[in-house]
Ligand binder design. Structure first.
Ligand SMILES: [Zn+2]
Length: 300
């Protein structure tokens, strides 16, 4: 998905450009991504309405209109927003195939939501049903909110039986960390992605909590600094994510990729040492050891 730092920027740009503006035209493209939970005709019901606010809630973007209607978007892996300024509209008069929706505003600017993989969801909902949106209604603490302090984080970690990367990515606990920043945060904290949460010491949890704020905060600054248009994913500054096989920026060890749950994690085996044996070390096994009982995991 566009991850938290990307969405922070998207929200800021869209809010500055569009909040308080009236919708003069609305259209939809591929219906696969639309989840219409209202009786009003969509998208016609938006025409003439004022966009009151653009907010980020976890990894969802929430557009509120003066009629009470909401658009809540989970962009998943590749969904993206494009803001087409009035002057360049003529150059874009044909809709992309993957258009989810497009809204034209009273200054002539157009907001487009485009999803090449059709994995994202656009919920069209009234305020009373907002909490029925899957996952959105159960989001955990926002990791960028002031309420996300160390104590709060330690309390969330208590009693977890899963691996730390899966915990970080559990949207019902922490809203919201995706694949890329889960890897970056674990690297910054020096913790192996497969470490079980219950094995983390108080010191580990403190480092991890600090790394969440530091990594996300640094990324937000860097994305703003690069000042690309909002449909460009800025990831070139990441330390380990997407760098499988390349040298670690800290120690030079080759960065590796490992399966964790249903995702792939990138990590540095030296900076993020494992706390348990992931692979059987054959040379250390006594001669004649029962090899079936010590079957190595398939290396990825
Ligand atoms: Zn390293």
């Amino acid at each position: 998905m566009p991850e938290l730092p990307d969405l922070v920027r998207v929200r800021r740009v869209l809010s500055a450009a569009l909040s308080g503006r009236r919708v003069t035209g609305a259209r939809t493209g591929d219906p696969t991504v639309l989840r219409i939970m209202v009786r009003e005709p969509f998208p016609a019901a938006l025409v003439g309405r004022v966009l009151l606010s653009v907010e980020r809630r976890g990894h969802f973007m929430r557009f509120a209109f003066d009629s009470g209607l909401l658009l809540v978007v989970n962009a998943m892996l590749v969904g993206k927003y494009r803001l087409v300024p009035p002057v360049s509209r003529a150059a874009h008069d044909k809709d992309p195939v993957a258009l989810g929706f497009a809204l034209t505003f009273d200054d002539g600017a157009e907001l487009r939501y485009i999803d090449d993989k059709r994995m994202g969801k656009v919920y069209v909902v009234g305020a009373v049903d907002e909490q029925r949106i899957p996952v959105y209604g159960e989001l955990g603490v926002d990791v960028l909110s002031p309420g996300f302090d160390r104590e709060n984080f330690v309390a969330l970690a208590r009693g977890r039986r899963d691996q730390v990367r899966m915990f970080l990515m559990d949207k019902r606990a922490l809203a919201s960390i995706g694949n890329a920043y889960a890897d970056e945060i674990l690297f910054a904290a020096g913790i192996h992605p497969k470490t079980f949460v219950r094995k983390l010491t108080a010191d580990d949890l403190g480092r991890l909590h600090a790394a969440i704020g530091r990594v996300l905060g640094g990324a937000i600054e860097e994305i703003e600094r690069q000042d690309q248009s909002i449909d460009v994913k800025v990831r070139d500054f990441l330390a380990v994510r997407g760098r499988d096989g390349q040298p670690c920026p800290q120690c030079g060890t080759k960065i590796r990729s490992v399966r964790v749950g249903d995702g792939d994690a990138c990590f540095c085996p030296t900076c993020q040492p494992t706390t348990r044996r992931l692979f059987v070390e054959w040379e250390k096994l006594p001669v004649g050891a029962n090899q079936d009982a010590a079957k190595p995991r398939r290396k990825r």
